[in-house]
Design a binder for this molecule. Structure first.
Ligand code: FE2
Length: 359
């Protein structure tokens, strides 16, 4: 299987992973043949990328960091909590702790945790998916930093709810398609304070989680908001969520821009470490990002083009590649594999988009 942009799907292709609607129902089951009306339905659900099964990616398996069931459960919880708050102005956090514990357990039981941080995005349903991704990214970082279970729980809960204060910002400002005025941006900045206020008195939420809502837009050099806090005056958990929030936003497709490649996001975050972010946490974060994940199209320095088949745990930057095109650009009739961990003179030089050339 490999990831493919919905716009380049060709009728008759086979879906490799089950798709869900935004409210958690099954939209299309893995194995379905994609026909015209299905492709329309996928787009209508705001999904921009899917996994397909084809001959060049046959046998390649992209493993979920967190199982689809848990991911859906977390998304539903956030949805219910937001809808409940909009209706009654009280925050019923339900079993948020149980869900966070479930995510932590799955992460801890995943041997490949080191290898999976950039592969968590399966579809593009930004509103709720973003909260869940920020939670997973933050927890992977917290685990790397040696957090105990209570600290991980508070980190996970705060990460899931980091933008909850946006519920108090007028919708017309949040959704304004044109540039914001200074006053409107000042109002958006207040989502940090609103979030803190919503969470701080909630009996089921620890104050550390409220500090995440408060501090996730503070920047290490004091250039953030709402208080222009600097360095370690920003709560440790908020410093983690700040990185996870930016990473997930830049690696997602948004209405106003295409997502960046993972290497560009890593470059951006690394270049801002010590200015915007805590350098020590950036180091912890970045070592869990795999730039060329399983199923990614790549160009080798030999000018051959192929797909990442699997990662080498000891050398994640040197995976096994299935070569599809030879150096002259001719599609091979018989694909073969190169293990970059043993071929020291061969390396990946860039991404390659197969959909532009094969079909
Ligand atoms: Fe925010």
């Amino acid at each position: 299987m490999r990831k493919k942009n919905v716009d380049s799907i060709v009728a008759g292709e086979i879906l490799a992973k089950t798709l869900y609607t935004q409210d958690g129902r099954v939209l299309l089951t893995a194995g379905a043949e994609l026909r015209g009306n299905f492709i329309g339905r996928i787009k209508l659900n705001g999904i921009s990328e899917i996994f397909i099964e084809d001959d060049i990616s046959e046998g390649i398996v992209v493993i979920d960091t967190i199982c689809e069931e848990t991911r859906q459960e977390a998304k539903q919880l956030i949805r219910n909590l937001i809808e409940g708050y909009t209706f009654s102005e009280t925050l019923n956090v339900g079993n948020i702790r149980e869900i966070v514990y479930k995510i932590i357990e799955e992460l801890l039981s995943n041997e490949d945790i080191l290898l999976s941080l950039s592969e968590i995005r399966s579809v593009d349903d930004y509103t709720f998916e973003h909260s869940v991704h920020v939670c997973i990214l933050s927890l992977i970082t917290g685990i790397d930093l040696g957090f105990d279970m209570v600290r991980l729980r508070d980190l996970g809960v705060g990460a899931l709810l980091h933008d909850i204060g946006k519920l108090k910002v007028p919708q017309e400002i949040l959704k304004k398609p044109s540039q914001l005025t200074v006053e409107e941006f000042e109002e958006i900045k207040k989502h940090t304070i609103y979030g803190y206020e919503i969470l701080k008195d909630n009996k089921q939420i620890n104050i550390a989680s409220a500090y995440i809502a408060f501090g996730h837009h503070e920047r290490f050099d004091g250039s953030g908001y709402p208080l222009q806090l600097k360095g370690e005056n920003i709560h440790l958990c908020a410093r983690i969520v700040a990185i996870a929030d930016v990473f997930d936003a830049l690696s997602s497709n948004r209405v106003y821009r295409r997502k960046l490649h993972i290497n560009e996001v890593v470059e951006y975050i690394t270049s801002l470490s010590a200015q915007h972010f805590d350098k020590h946490i950036v180091e912890s974060f970045v070592k869990h990002v795999i730039v060329y994940g399983v199923g990614t199209g790549v160009i080798l320095n030999t000018l051959e083009k192929g797909i990442v088949v699997r990662l080498n745990k000891a050398l994640p930057t040197r995976p096994v590649i299935r070569v599809i095109f030879d150096k002259a650009g001719k599609k091979l009739t018989q694909y073969y594999e190169i293990d970059l961990s043993t071929k020291v003179n061969v390396s990946i030089i860039d991404y390659y988009d197969f959909d532009e050339y094969i079909y």
